[in-house]
Each structure stands twice: as C-alpha cells, then as structure tokens.
Design a protein around this ligand. Structure first.
Ligand code: ZN
Length: 467
C-alpha cells in the first residue's frame, strides 16, 4: 500500500512582527536586507523576546486541527550551519520532554478518510536564498534576511494518505481552514511550503524536500510514486534517501548532500523560559476562534434555505462568506448568495482583482433587494455589478448612468410586445398547440429591450395578447 506523510510549513502572515523581535512579519515588498535587527541577525549579546500573538495563533491552528494543547510549551535550538540562518541555529519546538509543542496529536477528516496529525509546532523561518547565474559554473547565491525570524507553524501528519488526490483534498481543506482562522494567507508566494515522505508497498521511505507550494506538492508526490513504481516493476531496490523537488523541471532529484544524516544537537533554548498556557487562556482562545467552515455551511442551509452546493462554495472562502454575512438579510439571503456564486466569483477570481474591487456589502444588499422588488432584471443586475466592482458608485446612480432600470411601464411594454407578435406569426400560431412557445416570444421581447423588460409582466401581457 502507498503511504504518504506530510510536513507543512505555514507562515503566520497575519501577524505584525517577527517571532522574537519587532521587525515586520510582512517581509515582502521591502528592500532586500532592510527588515532586520540585531536579534534576528543573531548578533552576540541579543536576547529573543517571544511574540505572544504568535503563540495564540499557533494554538488556534492546533485547536482547529483537533490537537491536544499542553499546559506548558518549550523552545529548542536546532543547530546547523547554513547561510540562510544568521544565528547558526533555528529556534523551534521538539517533544523530547513530553508534549511541549503548541499542538499534540489530533486529526482531521478528508472525505471519509481520517488523517492523523502528529504535532503542530511553532518556529522561526530562515532567511531566503536567491540563486542567480545562467549555469552551474557562474552561479552565485545571494541571501536576503528580511524573512529570517518570521513566525512559521509546522504541521506534521502521520503517513495516512494513500494517493495524491487525498493529498490535494487535504491541502484544499487546510488552506481554507487557515484562511478562515485569519492566521495566514495561503495565496501569498512562499506562505505555504512542504516536505513529504512517500513509500510504496515493499519499498523504503523516501523524503522529498523543498516543495515551494501546495500546487507543486501534489505533483511532487505523484512524480515520486510513479518513479518508485517504475523501479519496483524493474526489480530495482528503492533506497531510503532524501530527494529535492526541482520546481523548474517538475521532478525529484537525489540530494548529494548528507543533510539527513546531520546531527542537529538539539538543546533547550535557555533564553526563552517555559511558557504556561493555562486552561483559562485556552478556553478564551477557543471561544474567540472564528466560526468554522462546516458550522457556517450548516447555518446557511438551515437558516436561509441555501442549497448545499452553494453553501459549500460560499462558506469555504472567507472573502465570500464575510461579504455574505455583512450584506444579507433574512429575506434576501438566497438572492445575495446567488449573486456572489453566479456573478461575483467570475469578476474577482484573483487576489489582485479582490484588492482592487470597490464593491461593498451595501452594494450587494441593494442589488439583491432591487432584484426581489422587480426593479432590476438579473441580467441588468449582472451588468450593474460589473460596473460597481470597477467604479464603486451607488447602485441607483449606476442604473441611471447605464440606463438599466426595468421596463415596467405597461403601455411601453405592450408596444414592443405587439411588434414582436407581428414579426413572429409562426411562433404565435404555435402557442396554440404548444404553450411552451410563449417563452420564445418572451425571449424576443427581452432581446428588444436589452434585458430590461420585467419578465413576469411580459409573460402576463403576452399571454393575453396571443389568446
Ligand atoms: Zn529583527
């Protein structure tokens, strides 16, 4: 049987500062090597000071993954010499004196499959190495320490996955969960990285390191299973080793370095005392946790009668569920959900578009109300939405400017209906034998009015005219 285990590194991108100093946690878009201080550069004589919020956010992640949360946590030094690590050790967590990481064993359901979580730990991210140069001969390595010391949560799973599809489903659930907890933004470059271990029936375990995104993780696992199966079918032994994911060629390659044999000489970080998280604090954190995705979904279905599939899409994306929760009322909830899932999702499908969008909950509420009151057809509402996302203008103003209001003046509408009847004698004749044909005529009226005719009024008037 194929066995896959994961180690997910997730940056706590919603924090203000680094894990042990007051440099910014948001190291992106800053001039290289400007977001540093003596603490995160590991200069002699400096002392780390723990970011309390990071412990809280990491604990919330552990709770959401149904992990046990210990009374006391500790930090350890993991010693290794590498240019991305200014101190020559990384401050991380380890369970050698019992469970002293922020999260102990837990589990999460992926469909019908239970995935066990081994532990959740809090640690600092190293700096970023940048490789430049066209060939191996003239390649140079640059280092940017802006990222060094930013808070990172590592989530380790048991080898419970049996195929890449389960891995992908887990990653989808996990990134929605992290986003919903407001701890991390998985869409940021480098916010999610992973290692994986993969073994097939009768073979040794192979570790894959250096996978830079969730998207590549599934690919890397898939590649590695195929590689191992191919060796196995040719009766070539699969050796236990560490392989690196080459994200340009999309393959795993054997690491020539002996990294896996390194002795990290872990020892307790004496500059950070053991930190007590008593039951009152844990209860407080639990009570302040955002509503879970499954609870949102159930609420949308039971309180507003929103169909399961729509509720699923709406609840799993924090951007949309926040928008929905702020704009709906008891009476227009279904309409708001409908606008979001059928029209809005196509308009703001990237991070950039979301940031640029000028749509407010008030706009959405107005759109839904106008549709329900018959003031605006759905197709006109779609046009208005398109404009509002760009301009941010009020709905009433947008309707006037684009001349989108419903045509509900009976005399005016009747004129157009009579015109359609004279143009479509065949269809009018057919309505006698096939009443469904009337919909074709409604469609013609809609065409002539550019979607502005009130559909139910049009139908009623048409019925009277063709009888
Ligand atoms: Zn710093």
């Amino acid at each position: 049987m194929t066995k896959i285990g994961l180690e997910i590194h997730c940056q706590l991108t919603k924090l203000e500062s680094k894990l042990f100093c007051s440099c910014k946690a948001n190291y992106r878009e800053q001039e290289i090597n400007s977001n540093v201080c003596p603490v995160c550069m590991g200069l002699p004589g400096t002392l780390p000071r723990i970011n309390q919020k990071a412990i809280e956010k990491a604990t919330i992640i552990a709770m959401a993954l149904n992990c046990s949360t210990p009374e006391k946590i500790a930090f350890f030094r993991k010693n290794y010499f590498y240019p991305d690590l200014p101190k020559n050790f990384q401050i991380t967590q380890l369970n050698i004196y019992g469970d002293t990481s922020v999260g102990g064993t837990g589990s999460i359901m992926v469909g019908d499959k239970k995935i066990r979580i081994t532990r959740v730990q809090l640690e600092e991210d190293p700096g970023r190495l940048i490789y430049e140069g066209s060939s191996s001969k003239n390649q140079i390595t640059l280092v940017d320490y802006n990222r060094a010391g930013t808070p990172l949560v590592e989530i380790v799973t048991e080898p419970d996955f049996e195929n890449p599809k389960q891995v992908r489903e887990f990653l989808n659930i996990l990134s929605d969960l992290l986003e919903n907890l407001n701890v991390s933004d998985p869409s940021l470059e480098g916010a999610m990285r992973a290692d994986a271990n993969v073994s097939i029936e009768g073979g040794n375990k192979v570790e894959i390191k250096n996978i830079g995104s969730f998207h590549d993780l599934e690919k890397a696992v898939h590649f590695e299973i195929t590689r191992q199966e191919s060796l196995h079918s040719r009766e070539i032994p699969i050796i236990q080793e560490t392989r690196h994911w080459d994200d340009k060629r999309k393959i795993t390659i054997s690491s020539r370095s002996k990294e896996e044999e390194l002795d990290y000489r872990y020892f307790l970080e004496g500059d950070i005392p053991w930190i007590k998280i008593d039951s009152d604090t844990r209860e407080k954190l639990r009570s302040e946790m955002p509503e879970s995705i499954s609870s949102k979904k159930n609420r949308y279905i039971s309180e507003y009668g929103i169909p399961g599939q729509v509720a699923d899409v709406l609840s799993s994306d924090k951007f949309y569920s926040d928008l929905f929760d702020k704009s709906h009322s008891q009476t227009n909830a279904k309409e708001v959900a409908n606008i979001i899932t059928t029209d809005l999702m196509g308009l703001v499908d990237t991070r950039e578009k979301r940031e640029q969008s000028k749509l407010t909950p008030e706009h959405l509420k107005d759109l839904a109300d106008y549709i329900q009151e018959g003031k605006l057809s759905r197709s006109s509402a779609k046009n208005a939405l398109y404009e509002i996302v760009k301009s941010g203008k009020k709905l009433s103003q947008t309707i006037t400017e684009l001349d989108l209001g419903n045509l509900s003046n009976e005399d005016e509408l009747l004129k157009i209906i009579k015109q359609v009847i004279s143009e479509e004698p065949k269809a009018v004749e057919q309505t006698k034998s096939n009443p469904q044909t009337i919909n074709f005529l409604v469609g013609k009226v809609m065409q002539k009015t550019k979607g502005k005719a009130d559909p139910s009024l049009t139908l009623n008037l048409l019925k009277k005219e063709v009888e």
